[in-house]
Design a protein around this ligand. Sequence first.
Ligand SMILES: Nc1ncnc2c1ncn2[C@@H]1O[C@H](COP(=O)(O)OP(=O)(O)O)[C@@H](O)[C@H]1O
Ligand SMILES: [Mg+2]
Length: 259
Amino acid sequence: MTTNTNLNLRAEVKDLSFSYGPKKVLNRVSMPIYENRITALIGPSGCGKTTLLRCFNRMHDLYAATNYDGEILLHPEKRNVLARDVDPMEVRMRIGMVFQKPNPFPKSIFENVAYGLRVRGVRKRSFIEDRVEKSLQQAGLWSEVKDRLPSPATALSGGQQQRLCIARALATEPEILLLDEPTSALDPISTTHIEELITELKKDWTIVIVTHNLHQASRTADYTAFMYLGDLIEFDTSDKLFTTPRDPRTENYITGRFG
Ligand SMILES: Nc1ncnc2c1ncn2[C@@H]1O[C@H](COP(=O)(O)OP(=O)(O)O)[C@@H](O)[C@H]1O
Ligand SMILES: [Mg+2]
């Protein structure tokens, strides 16, 4: 693994193993997550991309019989989000997640974005209004919804709903934004829109994105990690990984030769 000493680390995955009951799904994965960069996780279906992403915000704690080993350190303080004494709720505030299928709450557009702030106990109306507007601006949705903030979020189109979910995640100003195949349920135009948005967002945020779309990874991500059967096979700049991969398994995958 090559680490770039010119960039700031936002997080560091160290020797992370994970199992669902007896089934081991991640084998001692280590990788850096650089600040204000986009890192893509790629690899065949079932290789552990979603599982790795969900470790970052302790989503697995919601289910029984899951087992972590190793660390995910949040920089600069190097806090291990997997440590027993860390409250998973606190981690989920610091690390935002957007899922494959847009999942707005059955609430208004406004309340979807305000949700995380309210859960945190924020009461001040002007603060909430400002943050909702800012988040919708950042998610590229403000001009489309500013005149109908009290309308149900479920009335939005799929692409708008996904941008709303991104706004909802941004509203609590997470340190890392996790995106799990955020465009796989969207049409090509909405997909382009979200890809442009993600590229725009890295000015202010650190992003980890799972995608099965190799063009999407090479277009949007600064760094790419190739995973295979729970192992991290190769991590490099997207430029290098997609043009001169070092491992034959990476090469087979990116050239579509995987059997
Ligand atoms: N809740 C679960 N219980 C048991 N096995 C699971 C569970 N979720 C995923 N798996 C298994 O873990 C492996 C990795 O899955 P996943 O992380 O979803 O892969 P990917 O996102 O790369 O397609 C697969 O073999 C999958 O079947
Ligand atoms: Mg997945």
